[in-house]
Design a protein around this ligand. Structure first.
Ligand code: GLA
Length: 371
């Protein structure tokens, strides 16, 4: 759509955080519950609306540059280009005003590891375009657009990542109910304890992983049950469903149990019950490994090791799974010993890369005008 002249020459900086998800995994796309929080790790995107109708995009860290020509399909091997192209196609298809852009971005969120690095990119882009091109859309619409754009690129995720990015607040956990996309905040008070994310160094490829199959399998059961979402289903109903495999039945039970763990975790947070919270993380990992089957050998070894240490209250794989990160709640003062111990594990002995990210609970997406 034609861009109004008054939108040209504006410059903004968008900051979109990566998230942790305390608990509530694989529950977002089936109307369940989750308890994420934004971290201090973030993607920064500088965006300027320009007259030239192409998008000139620079990824600062690897020093990659790409000129996205809006009406020809010039391809690139940089993985991030696909998100920009998908965003551009979405805006055109939905007749949203767009124009030329000069974009520069960099990020401290570990890439493709379960901390929503891609959603931070698409969310920053959508929010920035909304601001620069005067779309006037409410956060929930932008959240849905960001998610649709990512779907176009492969993974049929829910709204967990985008809601965390847009709605989080400093030092608060976000209690999300995907049955009606409502949310509220819970103070994150864990004095003496820290949230630390550990890298299994196994890189996940959710696009080619069975993520979409898991989603489809449980959606089919929900349809058979004629239920609006899994919060409206009981364990007995799951047991009574006919014609599903043992594996799929276990997956359905996992969803109910994980939703319940989110409710209990919220209670533990309110009561500052660290031991209880840690036990829920351990149970969540076991469910993701044995019932929903989205873990990986590396994630299991890492979570297993952490969960055998006294100074770790609980650890679990985080995000879509099939590689990526493990989230843990640990005694702050024991971090050096824990890190030393993990470095002694065979798979981490030789590596010199970064293995751990102590996270601070930060703010959701912000936009700053430059002129
Ligand atoms: C990925 C998806 C999210 C969510 C998680 C699992 O991160 O993008 O929508 O489904 O996996 O909880």
């Amino acid at each position: 759509m034609f861009l109004l002249h008054r939108h040209i020459g504006k410059k903004i900086t968008v900051r979109a955080p990566g998230r942790i998800n305390i608990i509530g995994e694989h529950t977002d796309y089936n109307g369940g519950l989750a308890l994420p929080a934004a971290t201090h790790l973030a993607l920064m995107m500088e965006m300027e609306s320009v007259r030239d109708p192409s998008w000139s995009i620079q990824a600062l860290d690897p020093g990659e540059h790409f000129q996205l020509l809006l009406h020809t399909k010039n391809e690139s091997s940089y993985h991030w280009v696909g998100f920009f192209r998908a965003m551009h196609s979405y805006a055109e298809e939905h007749q949203l005003p767009i124009g030329g852009l000069k974009i520069r971005f960099n990020s401290t969120i570990p890439i493709g590891a379960g901390m929503s690095s891609s959603s931070a990119l698409t969310s920053a882009l959508v929010a920035g375009m909304n601001h620069l091109f005067g779309w006037n859309k409410a956060p929930l619409s932008l959240i849905r657009i960001a998610s649709r754009v990512e779907h176009g690129y492969g993974v049929q995720g829910g709204l967990l990542d985008q809601m965390s990015i847009f709605l989080s607040k400093e030092n608060q956990a976000l209690y999300l109910d995907f049955s009606n996309d409502s949310f509220h905040y819970l103070p994150m008070k864990t004095p003496g304890y820290s949230w630390v994310v550990w890298d299994s160094l196994e890189r996940r490829q959710l696009v080619n992983s069975p993520y979409n199959q898991r989603r489809k399998a449980v959606e089919n059961v929900l349809q058979d049950l004629h239920a609006p979402h899994w919060q409206a289903v009981s364990a007995t109903e799951i047991n009574n469903v006919k014609g599903i495999s043992k594996e799929v039945r276990m997956m359905c039970h996992f969803i109910l149990e994980e939703n319940n763990r989110v409710r209990l975790a919220a209670k533990c947070l309110k009561e500052e019950n660290i031991v209880g919270l840690g036990e829920l993380l351990k149970a969540s990992h076991a469910g993701l490994r044995d019932q929903y089957r989205v873990s990986s050998p590396g994630l299991d070894r890492l979570a297993g090791h952490l969960n055998s240490q006294k100074s770790c209250m609980g650890a679990r794989m985080m995000g879509g799974g099939f590689g990526g990160m493990v989230l843990s709640l640990i005694k702050t003062q024991s971090l050096p010993e824990l890190l030393y111990g993990i470095r002694q594990l065979p798979e981490f002995k030789r590596g010199s890369g970064r293995l751990h990210y102590p996270v601070h609970i930060g703010n959701g997406l912000t936009i700053e005008e430059q002129n």
